[in-house]
Design a protein around this ligand. Structure first.
Ligand SMILES: Nc1ncnc2c1ncn2[C@@H]1O[C@H](COP(=O)(O)OP(=O)(O)OP(=O)(O)O)[C@@H](O)[C@H]1O
Ligand SMILES: [Mg+2]
Length: 262
């Protein structure tokens, strides 16, 4: 039997000294996609930053296709955390290596460099795919998905709309040739029209064979794309729903927060 695509076991982490999440277990088989849904500020993005190595895990294991991504061991001493803990080989997880292994994280808020142009930004993105390259195919896919980016290639990121920035961020994720892509609230703050456009692009990415870990505030959108929904609150997984058991957005909101169904 082949190894699962991603296994997360007993993961905990946060912003030292504040722990944000604990005891997270997840398994994604090849080809599966999952969603996360939960209240604001309860730790979804922090968990994703830890899975992709932007933050060091405090405890637990992260394994991609059988390859352990984080080094064994508990949290380092304060001395290590304050100084060269992150830059010397003692580092327990390296986000560059995670990206090169094929786990690509498109973070919340499309963090791009405002003074770079779209073309420059998309030129550097395939670095994450080092050694796995299918960059010509991926570039063609990006141009198919986001035709409007062709017209904006020479624009600086700072002059783009929020939706266009989000397109560039997702395009960069794809140019990293993902085996698994984390999309953290990709449609946050977009107009309904742009949101629909972006949802369609994300559905096409999934249909083209890229498994997703998707965080979104709209359960109906998540349900279209995922195999399982993880309910997340207070830094814990509070429930797991298989696709067939996921209620509508309105019903789930009423179940979780007691609000009347609209
Ligand atoms: N860089 C940071 N340093 C310290 N605390 C942080 C940092 N970023 C987030 N936090 C705190 O960590 C907690 C979890 O935040 P996080 O962004 O992971 O939640 P979330 O579930 O993704 O929320 P949302 O749905 O609003 O995106 C919050 O209390 C937040 O204030
Ligand atoms: Mg978040």
């Amino acid at each position: 039997m082949s190894a699962p695509l991603l296994e997360v076991r007993g993961l905990s982490g946060g912003y030292d000294p504040i722990q944000i999440f604990s005891q997270i277990d997840l398994t994604l088989s090849a080809g599966e996609s999952i969603g996360f849904f939960g209240p604001n500020g309860h730790g979804k993005s922090t968990l994703m930053k830890t899975i992709s190595g932007v933050l060091a895990p405090w405890t637990g294991e992260i394994v991609l296709e059988g390859q352990r991504l984080n080094r064994a061991g508990e949290r380092g001493s304060r001395r290590w955390r304050n100084f060269n803990y992150d830059v010397v080989t003692r580092r327990r997880m390296d986000p560059k290596k995670v990206a090169r292994a094929g786990l690509i994280h498109v973070p919340e808020g499309s963090l791009l460099f405002p003074e770079m142009t779209v073309a420059e930004t998309m030129d550097v993105a395939p670095v994450a795919a080092a050694g796995r390259g299918k960059s010509a195919d991926r570039l063609a896919q990006v141009h198919d998905l986001f035709p409007r980016l062709r017209e904006r290639l020479d624009s600086k990121i700072r002059y783009l709309s929020g939706g266009e920035r989000q397109m560039v961020a997702i395009a960069c994720g794809l140019l990293g040739d993902p085996k698994l892509m984390i999309l953290d609230e990709p449609t946050l703050g977009l107009s309904p029209k742009l949101r629909i456009e972006l949802c369609q692009a994300i559905a096409s990415i999934k249909a083209a064979g890229v498994p997703l870990i998707l965080i979104d505030q709209d359960v109906n959108f998540l349900t279209e794309l995922i195999d399982r929904l993880y309910l997340f609150d207070h830094g814990r997984i509070s429930g797991v729903l298989e696709k067939a058991d996921i209620p509508s957005h309105e019903k789930l909101m009423a179940m979780l927060f007691g609000e009347p169904a609209a």
